[in-house]
Design a protein around this ligand. Structure first.
Ligand SMILES: N[C@@H](CCC(=O)N[C@@H](CS)C(=O)NCC(=O)O)C(=O)O
Length: 304
């Protein structure tokens, strides 16, 4: 997997970004335009396309928003192959891992169409505008919000916003990105801190769920949507591949029930691919899994 500099793809693997003290630091998304009623990007059915990958939890947010909001016929998607190659996220010519929109074979081909030339990491999700032929956004949090403009239930209701924001602000660094901070840590100290934060927050959510059905109370919101991709990957991947092994999700009675309630929502199970997560997170990695061998287990039953 590589990077792009001034619109040119460089095959050299930049590796995860780490600080001098060995902590993983995720680079901020660089393309953050907004769809609004006033334009220039207006919320029109059939205008936008999502470049995603099954394996990526940030892309999973967009996939979830699309099914929960009922936008399958409004926003099209392309899902990349489970493992990245030296071309980054790649698509087949046809079949379930193909892109029917631009016919691209790699996500970097989408980024190479940006003007002026893009410089940065070649991440998914990518929200593509057919009309102006450019990327609107490569930030999943913004993409989820924008999809809300196309219809479906309100996932960010006005009266709950401060509660949703507070959960998002805690869950993003300590859980969604926290598992990566544990898995990509380069020192014992960085790992210790990250893994402790992962489980402190999961413990807090477990306690919260003893009194509430959802994070923001009695309504499913964006905060729940953003937590789910991490829960879906936790026991099959993060627990082992990222050393987040103090507890599993199945060890938390309420959190496990909550995760399966989301999984049982219409369309959600179709956005989950446990086998792909294993393929992806156990890809060959010099630091974590040099031989790329994928473990057989665990067997987890997500039915309620
Ligand atoms: N801020 C971005 C992060 C997306 C991201 O890091 N995606 C990963 C996959 S899980 C990726 O595509 N990484 C490719 C790379 O960094 O080279 C978002 O949430 O949309």
């Amino acid at each position: 997997m590589g990077v792009m500099i001034d619109g040119q793809y460089r095959v050299d693997d930049p590796g995860p970004d780490t600080t001098e003290s060995g902590e993983f630091k995720r680079a901020a998304a660089k393309i953050r335009q907004w769809i609004t009623e006033d334009g220039p990007f207006t919320p029109d059915a059939g205008r936008y396309h999502l470049f995603l990958a099954w394996n990526c939890p940030w892309a999973h947010r967009a996939l979830l928003a699309r099914v929960i909001l009922g936008l399958e016929d409004v926003i099209s998607v392309a899902l990349a192959r489970p493992r990245r190659t030296d071309q980054g996220w790649v698509y087949d010519e046809s079949g379930e891992y193909s892109d029917q929109e631009l016919g691209v074979r790699a996500v970097h081909e989408v980024y190479s169409r940006q003007r002026p030339g893009y410089t940065g990491r070649l991440t998914v999700p990518v929200l593509w505008d057919r009309e102006t032929e450019q990327i609107v956004s490569n930030e999943s949090a913004d993409v989820v919000r924008m999809l809300g403009l196309f219809g479906g239930p309100d996932l960010y209701p006005e009266p709950c916003r401060s509660v949703i924001d507070a959960w998002n602000d805690r869950i993003y660094p300590t859980v969604n990105n926290g598992v990566y901070r544990a898995g990509f840590a380069r020192t014992q100290e960085a790992y210790d801190k990250a893994v402790r934060e992962v489980f402190d927050t999961l413990d807090a959510i477990e306690a919260h769920l003893s009194e509430h059905e959802w994070l923001a109370g009695d309504t499913f919101t964006e905060a729940d949507l953003r937590l789910f991709p991490t829960l879906a990957r936790f026991d099959v991947a993060y627990h082992y591949a990222f050393k987040c092994n103090i507890r599993r999700i199945v060890d938390y009675p309420r959190l496990w029930n909550y995760a399966r309630r989301i999984y049982a929502m219409p369309g959600v199970a179709g956005t989950v691919r446990f086998e792909v997560y294993k393929q992806g997170y156990f890809s060959p990695s010099e630091l974590r899994n040099p031989l790329g061998i994928v473990p057989a287990g665990p067997v987890v039953d997500w039915s309620l």
